[in-house]
Design a protein around this ligand. Structure first.
Ligand code: PEP
Ligand code: MN
Length: 348
C-alpha cells in the first residue's frame, strides 16, 4: 500500500509509522517531495489493516496498490521515473541514446568508437568488459583491464559509461567504473545479482530475458527496487521465437504494454533484437515511434574484425546517420503530440 503523510506531519510521526511497519517485517520505502512524504509499503496489508495505518498520527491517506508489482507499478507511483546518467535523461519525454561496441577489445578500438560516438552527439558509451557468451571458447571480455580502459574513455571523451555486471563477485569493480550498470538478458532471473544491483549506488539497466514475459521482467525489476535502488531502466532486446530470419524477435509492442503497467523508463536494443546490421536502423526508428525512451545500439569501427557481435554492429557513418534520423523522429513525435490530442504517446 501507499501511505501519504499529512503535509505538516512531523518527522517523529513518519519515523513512528516506519517503525511499526519494520517491526512487522515490512520494508518501507520513503519518498519526500516538496510538499509531502509518501511511504511505499509492499505487502503491508498482510500485517496491518488500512484503517489501522490510517489511524496513526500524521497519516493523511492510505491507498491500496492492486498491482502485483508494488514498486514498479504505475498504479500508486508518484509519477514516471526519470533516470539521469551523465546529464542524459532516460524517461520524461527526452530521447536517450546509448552506443558503443559489444565489447572492449583494445584501447585503440574503444577510443576510435568512443570518438565517433561522441562526435555523433551521443553521451553514453556502452561496452562490455565482462561478456556473457554462449560458447565458453568465445571472447569473454578483457575483464578488469576493460574497466580500466572504460574509465580512461570517460575521462578522455566526457562520456557516461554503461557496462555489464556478470556476477556478484565482480559487481564492486563494475559499480565503481560504470555510470549505469547493465544486467544482461541471460541474468534477468539471477536473483542474487538482482539483489546486489538493488544495493548499487548507480542506475541499473535491466535487459529482458530471451524468453521472459512482461510479468517476469517486471518481477525481476521488483527485486532491484526492493533493495532500495529506484534508478532502474528496462531494456527490450528481443525474444526467442520460431521466426528465423533474425537472431531474435524484437518485441516492440512490449514498449506501450510496459508503459501501461510501470513507471520505469524503457530503452530498446535493436542490435541484439535483430542480430542483423540491415535491420538495426529501421527497428531503432520504430522503437522511438512506439514510445521507447531511447535506444541502445552496437557499433564498431571494423565490424569484420569484431571479437563479438560484428554482424549486428553499425558502421560509423550509419551510426551518425541513425542518430540524426532518431532525433528527427523524436522532434516530429513531440510536435504530433499536440495534434494527436487525447491519443497517448507514451514516454512523451
Ligand atoms: C550485450 O549487450 O552485448 C549483450 C550480451 O546483451 P544481451 O544480454 O541482451 O544478450
Ligand atoms: Mn553484444
Amino acid at each position: 500500500m501507499l501511505i501519504l503523510m499529512r503535509p505538516d506531519a512531523e518527522s517523529g510521526e513518519v519515523e513512528s509509522v516506519l517503525t511499526q511497519l519494520r517491526e512487522r517485517g515490512i520494508r518501507p520505502q520513503v519518498t519526500r517531495t516538496e510538499d509531502a512524504t509518501c511511504i511505499l509499503a509492499p505487502d503491508a496489508s498482510k500485517a496491518l489493516r488500512a484503517d489501522q495505518i490510517g489511524a496513526m498520527a500524521g497519516v493523511l491517506k492510505v491507498v491500496p496498490i492492486s498491482s502485483p508489482f508494488k514498486l514498479a507499478s504505475l498504479d500508486g507511483a508518484l509519477g514516471r521515473t526519470v533516470v539521469e546518467v551523465n546529464g542524459v535523461r532516460i524517461g520524461g519525454g527526452d530521447l536517450a541514446l546509448v552506443g558503443g561496441p559489444c565489447g572492449v577489445e583494445s584501447r585503440e578500438q574503444l577510443f576510435t568508437v568512443a570518438r565517433y560516438v561522441a562526435d555523433a552527439g551521443v553521451k553514453l558509451l556502452r561496452a562490455g568488459a565482462f561478456k556473457p557468451r554462449t560458447s565458453p571458447y568465445a571472447f569473454q571480455g578483457l575483464g578488469l583491464e576493460g574497466l580500466r580502459l572504460l574509465a580512461e574513455a570517460r575521462k578522455e571523451f566526457g562520456l557516461g559509461i554503461v557496462t555489464e555486471a556478470l556476477d556478484v563477485e565482480t559487481f564492486d569493480a563494475v559499480e565503481e567504473t560504470a555510470d549505469m550498470v547493465q544486467i544482461g538478458a541471460r541474468n534477468m532471473q539471477n536473483f542474487a545479482l538482482l539483489r546486489r544491483a538493488g544495493r548499487c549506488a548507480k542506475p541499473v539497466m535491466l535487459k529482458r530475458g530471451p524468453s521472459a514475459t512482461l510479468e517476469e521482467w517486471l518481477y525481476a525489476a521488483e527485486y532491484i527496487l526492493g533493495e532500495g535502488n529506484r534508478q532502474v531502466v528496462l531494456c527490450e532486446r528481443g525474444i526467442r521465437t520460431w521466426s528465423d530470419h533474425a537472431r531474435n524477435t524484437l518485441d516492440l509492442s512490449v514498449v506501450p504494454a510496459a508503459k501501461a503497467l510501470t513507471h520505469l523508463p524503457i530503452l530498446v536494443d535493436p542490435s541484439h533484437g535483430t542480430g542483423r546490421r540491415d535491420l538495426v536502423v529501421p527497428m531503432a526508428r520504430a522503437a522511438i515511434a512506439a514510445g521507447a525512451d531511447g535506444v541502445l545500439v552496437e557499433t564498431h569501427c571494423n565490424p569484420e574484425k569484431a571479437l563479438s557481435d560484428g554482424p549486428q554492429a553499425l558502421l560509423p557513418s550509419d551510426f551518425a546517420q541513425m542518430v540524426q534520423q532518431l532525433e528527427g523522429i523524436h522532434r516530429l513525435l513531440r510536435q504530433a503530440k499536440g495534434a494527436l490530442g487525447g491519443m497517448a504517446l507514451h514516454g512523451l
